[in-house]
Design a protein around this ligand. Structure first.
Ligand code: WTA
Length: 651
């Protein structure tokens, strides 16, 4: 890398938090030496490591080979036959845990359901039989577009049980987004609901499906769960009520003997070109990796009440609401609605009432809670919590500290888990009983994960120098391709840095071997020849007491090449002013240096986010450089935000 190609890192964070003795004493792994020993083993002899690990799963037929690696195509546990739903449910029952709670669910209006492992298995069997009665066969892709209700988990496990890959579309997506995905997957069946509750209103899911299906010639059946009892249109012959079709089915449904490399699901994620990519995950490797990583990263124990606030429509919900936690036999808590309904105390009220022990959420949520002030969480008894988690974006140190003190009562370790839809499971994360935490840092690679920070040619960067994060060895939960487009799979992930999987994230490794994520490579900005990661500037802005959230983007600049434009949302009770603007600029200069001083600062009520909570920097960039937003906005959560940002124009 020439000087202008390295990514400059200016973040200095020196606080350290070793694992609390009380946590460590009961943890699966509680000494750094043990982590190092296992990690070394898993890297030196990956096949041996995964062969041993895979032994604790039920295989109907054993695999004959651990890994077949024909870059960029991997096969794991070759020749093995198994069933992931069977490993989630029947295995728990066979171990004598059938009467333990599998799901505790709370609807937004306050209604609730609990299901034991045995009850969940029976419901899954009924749903699987219903799908079969509609002609679904092994290999058929079933689209699910549902609210966060137990039936979503039941339907996904039913698909897994009969070997029909699921394609789950997040319930916030529009009819067009549904149609694109259904057509790409050529689904013949969609499972949905009349509606779902969100902030006291009904999201019209069935109506969106009706609209989408007009342009989906492959769809023959729509299975509809009655959730909100809202008025819906009905196409007889095509539409079927869940309570009529599923509830009358027998519970027994023998699990399909799936090949280790049979498709388990596809999950669409947005790509740079706008055409969504159907990321493919298969059976054996995904099963083993999600269970194994969930066990160690969340330190799961049978008594845990584990709550991941993601929607099952995202990969986090696939891997760490359904497949990972259930294989560990814990009580999985699920909530249907919004965090601020009826008020911003809802999550903490849930933690208090359900005695949640492990809580896993996203930095965007944490910053929204911070913005509402400390008094709200302080009203609740959250002493049941023992572990916190974060995923989805770099968590800035200030948000980390707030989470640690206000939610975790300074007693809970935080696992900041770095991963992607493509990786299938968490790849870089603390192990809470042995890793010394640094606020804002995802710390160390998980077992079997060989990550490195390199330059364009694949050469490893020295400590504390930014570069590209790559993965050097295949891992069991890795994506097997992009559905219908293997060329794009190769180009997108395996050609940027020859020989390695390209994550498209910028990163640095510190002197202790900890990995610090610096945002997407596209979010790295070149100012006067210095490449600055926007995540660091955002972090500096958020460390100012008046700021709740910040997004920083690059805009063209005559002299510097690029300059920074910052969009800032203030905390409650703070008002925008020129003085504050100046104070923020000085603050960034002090925290990072004059090089990172934004050219513009705009205040706004809120920032444009994707429906999974990531800030849409692309739109902000467009707005800051052209004054308009014309690009693709299908994943935008709230259009009002763009309108108000336009008004907040630099005066
Ligand atoms: C970002 C979500 C920093 C990263 C599981 C990655 C993170 C993208 C973290 C994948 C983290 C996720 N620290 N950045 N702990 N977790 N990211 O596919 O840029 O929705 O490439 O998967 O989110 O997002 P995806």
């Amino acid at each position: 890398m020439t000087e202008s190609q390295t990514i400059q890192s200016s973040m200095v964070e020196t606080r350290k938090f070793p694992p609390p003795a009380r946590f460590a004493s009961q943890a699966h792994i509680n000494s750094p030496a043990e982590y190092q020993r296992m990690h070394r083993l898993s890297i030196d002899d990956p096949e041996g490591y995964w062969r041993e690990t895979a032994k604790s799963f039920v295989w109907f037929e054993p695999f004959t080979r651990v890994l077949k690696w024909d870059p960029p195509h991997a096969q794991w546990f070759v020749g093995g036959k198994t069933n992931v739903a069977y490993n989630c449910l029947d295995v728990q029952i066979d171990r004598g845990h059938g009467e333990r709670t599998a799901i505790t669910w709370e609807g937004e209006p306050g209604d609730g359901v609990t299901l034991t492992y045995r009850q969940l298995r029976d419901r899954v069997g009924q749903c699987a039989n219903a799908l079969k009665s509609l002609g679904v066969k092994k290999g058929d892709i079933v689209t699910l577009y549902m609210p966060m209700v137990p039936e979503l988990m039941i339907a996904m496990l039913a698909c897994a049980r009969i070997g029909a890959p699921h394609s789950i579309i997040f319930g916030g997506f529009s009819a067009t987004a549904i149609a694109d995905r259904v057509n790409d997957a050529k689904s013949r069946i969609i499972v949905t609901a009349d509606g779902g509750w969100r902030r006291g209103s009904v999201v019209p899911l069935k109506q969106n499906v009706d609209e989408a299906v007009k342009s989906c010639p492959t769809v023959q059946h729509v299975l509809v769960l009655k959730r909100c009892e809202n008025e819906i249109a009905w196409t007889s012959g095509r539409d079927h009520w869940w309570h009529e079709l599923v509830d009358s089915q027998p519970a027994a449904c023998p699990p399909e003997r799936c090949d280790s490399e049979d498709l388990l699901f596809i999950l669409y994620t947005s790509g740079t070109t706008g055409k969504p990519k159907g990321i493919m995950h298969t059976t054996g490797g995904y099963m083993v990796y999600t269970a194994h990583s969930a066990k160690y990263i969340f330190d799961l124990k049978p008594d845990d009440v584990y709550w991941c606030t993601a929607d099952i429509g995202w990969v986090t919900g696939h891997s760490y609401i359904t497949y990972g936690p259930l294989q560990n036999g814990v009580n999985v808590f699920m909530y249907e609605g919004a965090p601020n309904h009826p008020d911003w105390g809802r999550f903490w009220d849930i933690v208090q009432r359900h005695r949640v022990t492990i809580f896993y959420t996203a930095p965007t949520a944490i910053r929204s809670f911070m913005r509402q002030g400390d008094a709200i969480p302080a009203k609740y008894d959250m002493s049941s919590l023992r572990l916190l988690g974060s995923v989805g974006e770099p968590i800035n140190p200030e948000a980390w500290m707030w989470y640690h003190t206000r939610i975790g009562g300074e007693r809970c370790p935080i696992v900041d888990t770095w991963w992607q839809t493509e990786t299938g499971g968490a790849m870089i994360s603390p192990l809470p009983g042995c890793t010394t935490l640094k606020p804002g840092c995802a710390t160390k690679p998980f077992f079997g994960v060989d990550v490195a920070v390199v330059d364009q040619s694949g050469k490893e960067q020295p400590a504390n120098t930014g570069g590209f994060l790559v993965i050097r060895k295949p891992w069991p939960a890795m994506l097997r391709g992009i559905y219908g487009d293997m060329e794009r799979y190769r180009n997108q992930y395996w050609t940027q840095v020859p020989g390695f999987y390209f994550t498209a994230d910028a990163c640095r490794r510190d002197e202790d071997g900890n990995f610090w994520l610096m945002g997407r490579v596209d979010d790295v900005i070149n100012i006067s020849g210095h490449r600055i990661g926007t995540a660091e500037v955002e972090s500096a802005l958020v460390s100012h007491p008046a700021v709740a959230e910040a997004a920083v983007v690059g805009v063209p600049h005559e002299i510097k090449g690029q300059a920074l434009a910052a969009f800032v949302a203030l905390k409650r009770g703070q008002t925008a002013s020129d003085d504050l603007k100046k104070a923020l600029l000085d603050h960034v200069t002090k925290e990072i240096g004059a090089i990172a001083r934004p050219e513009q600062i705009r205040f706004s009520e809120a920032l444009p986010k994707t429906r999974s909570g990531k800030i849409m920097r692309r739109l902000l960039k467009e707005l800051a450089s052209t004054g308009e937003v014309k690009g693709d906005t299908t994943t935008l959560e709230d259009f009002g935000v763009i309108a108000s940002l336009r008004e907040s124009d630099e005066g």
